[in-house]
Design a binder for this molecule. Structure first.
Ligand code: SF4
Length: 317
């Protein structure tokens, strides 16, 4: 679903829509908001999904009122479910599979996002003890992705996330340890003026930065796992070495040609027109219909990596 056109490596967990069956356009519910132009119940195809599982408005998602679609990435979970879990079948030609396939996608999406973070963590050159734990966590998570549909949907993915998140927290702390930055984990920074802020090595795990102005902020080595960057202004900001930042987060933000990015991420094409003179933040005032997190597009449970324990969702999320 992500519309980022500039190619960049993303740890080999890149969506391949041609080998999927439009699962991200069917499984989640959409709430009409600044992210989506329509309401759509979970498990129902979006009205723009074509018979060939391609998006009928892919080249104009933002102007058509679907920017949320451009900021979603399944991290390769879609094709894994269709090609591996269900052996190439799809929910249209095998409608009896639909319920099981949709349930499997929700779990697989979480597992693949976790694989994305674990794979990045390995590249951060952690000490041997953590590196060994990361290897085990990667193996275990990969094994989970190969479960059959019944076992996959029975998996307590929230528990697996919690256990593995502790490892990611440890790697982050070790990586940022030399000069630990501000602890803003889970902070409500919606619409805040943070222009030029020194956020080097800050802990911004799960922070709400919706509509915040981080123009020319220094975010080098900041941990941004799970941070909500919808409409966040990043013009001229320095994100070099930012930890656990993903392409969907960047795609949801507003940067410019001067924004410095981690080497593994691509500059969103829409920044060319949106970054230099950023429009009024679409989410800063919390308009009705827009929630703090994009629950409409997050298969349950949503990203929990950045949530402090007190806010960490229960398995129900
Ligand atoms: S508008 Fe979004 S959800 Fe609908 S088909 Fe296009 S990408 Fe999928």
């Amino acid at each position: 679903m992500s519309a980022t056109s500039a190619a960049a490596p993303d740890f080999g967990l890149t969506a391949d829509c041609a080998r999927c069956a439009g699962l991200c356009c069917v499984v989640p519910a959409f709430a009409a908001s600044a992210d989506f132009a329509i309401d759509k119940p979970a498990g129902h195809p979006c009205r723009n999904l074509r018979a060939d599982f391609r998006c009928g408005i892919h080249d104009r998602l933002r102007p058509a009122g679907f920017p949320g679609c451009t900021a979603f990435d399944c991290f390769g979970a879609g094709q894994k479910v269709v090609q591996v879990t269900f052996g190439g079948r799809d929910w249209r030609t095998g409608p009896d599979l639909a319920g099981a396939m949709f349930a499997a996608f929700r779990v697989m999406r979480e597992l693949h996002e976790l694989l994305r973070y674990l794979t990045e963590a390995v590249t951060l050159d952690p000490p041997a003890r953590l590196r060994a734990d990361l290897g085990r966590a990667l193996d275990e998570t990969e094994r989970h992705t190969l479960l059959d549909p019944r076992a996959l949907t029975a998996l307590d993915v929230a528990a697996h996330w919690r256990a593995t998140n502790a490892l990611l927290v440890a790697v982050s702390a070790d990586t940022r340890g030399g000069t630990p930055g501000r602890d803003l984990r889970g902070a409500d920074l919606i619409g805040k003026d943070l222009r030029g802020a020194d956020l080097r090595a800050a802990n911004l795990r799960g922070a709400y930065l919706i509509g915040a102005d981080l123009a020319h902020a220094d975010l080098r080595r900041a941990d941004l796992i799970g941070a909500d960057l919808r409409g966040t202004r990043l013009a001229g900001a320095d994100l070099t070495g930012a930890l656990f930042l993903t392409q969907p987060q960047l795609d949801a933000a507003l940067g410019d040609a001067a924004t410095r990015l981690p080497a593994t991420l691509a500059r969103p094409t829409h920044w060319a027109t949106a970054g230099r003179r950023a429009p009024a933040p679409p989410f800063g005032t919390r308009p009705s219909g827009v929630t703090r997190r994009p629950p409409s597009i997050q298969p349950a449970p949503p990203r929990v990596a950045g949530r402090p324990s007190a806010e960490e969702p229960t398995h129900a999320r």
